[in-house]
Design a protein around this ligand. Structure first.
Ligand code: PRX
Length: 658
């Protein structure tokens, strides 16, 4: 379906009839009606949803304020509390005894937490945090692995109007320090250790290291959840969570905040070295998280939803900590990894918990395909996955072969796959099928969520016809959008609203629409951002980390190359301060640099491929020619014009140095 003359039209998968009958958005006509409603009265449409999905303490009168564009404001004069909406509202509606979270630990131990219990736990933690002097507007860093306590920590911050900043537990002390320092957090909530794949890994020790690096002087307390009981060093500012919460009342009046009050900051990579603190609102964000969770996953009262993301990423915010809870859904929270004790863990858990809606990343699917092909016992066909009705994909393009396997072997050929395109900045789904309404084409995220004005334009913001690849933009602001980059409005404006794009939001992805269906296909990033296993990594960030190894590295350039499992792999070209190493020495130094990156950023940023050279390909004006490096990394013959290159011989060396 890429162009009319490539004769073969890919197969379309129609929504199953049962879904067309019972879905919240039932049938294509229902989708079209919603899209038309938004087109005809954009603000009226979002205002209607904001009233339906959120309980406001003070109802809003203004919907969208564009007077200081692109500093948009939604529902600004309304007040609410996000934790009240996720927890109290469910209990008040008679769902107190309904299971909110089915938690499965790494070792398989399962606990159930009802909405009433989650509310009580959240109130006790909120009261404990309050006792430490944490209140509205204070920033709190959360550095925890997947646990009920982590969700409670987020909810407790929301209850107090404190702004959380969750840092993925795989980030290094260095990255954690940078994030704590940038937010000016006054407290850190962590755990003694985390458990993943049968191994215990430190968390609290890394918080100690992060604070010792300096720059986090605002931190007054470190609250520690006892996960393993392993030995940890104890500082005077450390407090055990269980001691703090003991005896705390199970009631805590929510702090009513304005809709624009920041709910959280979440750091993500951009095209420059320093990660960006994406700031999200309370009201608009919750509207988007709740509406998209309900329609994209077609969540009903009896569903068991499982999003496998970590709370350290936006997916874990919108589709674990907030969206499903705002709907009163039952969800699975998983501490471990998909390959432990074996690569059938996901399938066994779906069977055990009777999961109905399953949301994961293409990387996980691809690695589980590989595992199943190598070892039949872990193939999903050996498990009863008949509870499943909808599957989802997120974080990177899903290649049609992986899509077909997921559809056939996990979904038994009967479950629609919602391939959801969105970003940390968008807060919720932006382009995605709705399972009871949208015919599917493998590899395409299909159509914009109703009310999202996505388009493909050229460099000047001019509309491109369907069939042509271009820049993906969002033409109108939407409720869940990023409000600013924490402390840096100018960077927010230049990153997302460059003047040449006529006031459209620049997503940073390339995309095209199908000539017949108008379906979107995402082509990947158009900036210096890589997507490795669904994790966003800035090439400049890795380069900065490499050159920070000042004893060894003189210069470094990082590019991505396609990788069968991780989507993209990180490839680093390094010039050392000493002569170019070869053979065993090169291997040793590459390992040393990999460890260095692990410490500077985190294991996810370790380059797969490190090549040493005497120099890097540069233009006469000294600019590194990255497009050539991309070809070298892929192992392609160089067909580009190299006449502007100052040192053409370097290309041979780089290609050989593999
Ligand atoms: O390049 C797109 C890719 O992931 C980027 C956003 O990354 P992040 O902010 O970490 O959020 C990931 C989870 C929402 C996008 O700019 N991406 C995300 N979803 C898809 C995707 N690419 C293709 N298809 C998707 N479904």
């Amino acid at each position: 379906m890429t162009s009319p003359d490539t004769a073969q039209t890919p197969k379309q998968y129609l929504p199953p009839q049962t879904l067309v009958r019972s879905a919240h958005v039932a049938g294509r006509a229902a989708y079209d009606a919603l899209a038309a409603e938004a087109e005809a009265d954009y603000e009226g449409y979002w205002a209607r949803l904001a009233r339906e999905f959120v309980t406001w303490k003070t109802p809003f009168k203004t919907v969208l304020d564009t007077s200081h564009a692109p500093m948009f404001k939604w529902f600004e004069d309304g007040t609410l509390n996000v934790s009240y909406n996720c927890l109290d509202r469910q209990v008040n509606a008679g769902r107190g005894d309904k299971v909110a979270i089915i938690f499965e630990a790494d070792d398989g131990k399962v606990t159930h937490t009802t909405y009433a219990q989650l509310l009580a736990q959240t109130c006790r933690m909120a009261n404990a945090l309050k006792q430490l002097g944490i209140g509205k507007g204070d920033r709190v860093a959360i550095y925890m692995s997947m646990s009920v306590e982590a969700v409670v920590a987020m909810q407790a911050c929301a209850r107090l109007g404190a702004v959380h900043s969750v840092v993925f537990g795989g980030f290094s002390a260095h990255s954690l320090r940078d994030r704590i320092a940038d937010t000016g957090a006054i407290a850190v909530i962590t755990a003694d250790e985390q458990v993943r794949g049968g191994k215990t890994l430190p968390l609290k020790a890394l918080v100690d290291d992060a604070l010792a690096l300096g720059g986090c002087e605002a931190v007054r307390n470190v609250v520690v959840y006892r996960r393993t009981g392993g030995a940890i060093a104890w500082q005077s500012h450390d407090r055990w969570l269980h001691e703090l919460t003991q005896g705390q009342p199970e009631v805590c009046e929510p702090e009513w905040v304005g809709a624009e009050h920041p709910l959280f900051l979440l750091y993500t990579s951009g095209s420059t070295g320093k990660p960006k603190g994406v700031q999200h609102s309370s009201g608009g964000y919750l509207v988007q998280a709740a509406v998209t969770a309900k329609w994209t996953f077609d969540l009903h009262d009896d569903d068991v939803f499982w999003c496998t993301a970590d709370i350290g990423w936006v997916t874990g915010h919108s589709y674990i900590a907030y969206g499903p809870l705002a709907l009163g859904a039952t969800e699975v929270v998983f501490e471990g990894v998909p390959t432990y004790p074996d690569a059938a863990r996901f399938w066994r858990m779906i069977e055990k918990h009777k999961v109905t809606v399953f949301y994961t990343a293409p990387t996980a699917i691809r690695s589980l395909i590989k595992a199943a092909e190598g070892h039949d016992a872990v193939h999903p066909r050996n498990f009863d996955l008949s509870s499943l009705r909808i599957l989802g994909s997120v974080g990177e393009p899903i290649n049609p072969a992986a899509w077909e396997w997921y559809h056939a072997h996990v979904g038994g050929g009967r479950c629609p796959i919602v391939d959801t395109w969105w970003q940390t900045e968008t807060g919720g789904h932006m382009i995605t099928p709705l399972p009871g309404a949208t015919p599917l084409v493998p590899g395409s995220c299909t159509l914009p969520f109703p009310g999202i004005m996505a388009a493909i334009v050229d460099e000047t913001g001019g509309d491109l016809p369907n069939g042509q690849s271009g820049i993906l933009v969002i033409k109108k602001p939407w409720p869940g959008m990023i409000r600013t980059i924490w402390g840096d409005d100018a960077r927010y404006q230049s990153s997302y609203y460059p003047p040449e794009l006529r006031g459209y939001y620049l997503a940073g992805d390339g995309a095209a629409r199908d000539p017949e269906t108008g379906y979107f296909t995402i082509g990947g990033r158009i900036d210096d951002v890589l997507n490795v296993s669904g994790h966003r990594m800035g090439t400049m960030e890795i380069e900065s980390a490499l050159v920070a190894c000042t004893d060894l590295v003189a210069e470094a350039a990082v590019v991505g190359r396609p990788d069968e499992t991780s989507g993209e792999a990180i490839c680093a070209f390094v010039v050392l301060k000493r002569s170019r190493p070869t053979g065993e020495e090169a291997g040793k130094l590459a390992a040393q640099l990999r460890n260095w990156i692990g410490k500077e950023i985190g294991p996810i940023a370790k380059p797969k491929d490190i090549r040493f050279a005497d120099n890097l390909p540069k233009t006469r004006s000294g600019k590194i020619m990255r497009r050539l490096l991309r070809s070298v990394a892929k192992g392609e013959a160089i067909t580009q014009d190299t006449s502007t290159l100052e040192n053409p011989a370097i290309l041979d060396q780089l290609s050989e140095a593999h």
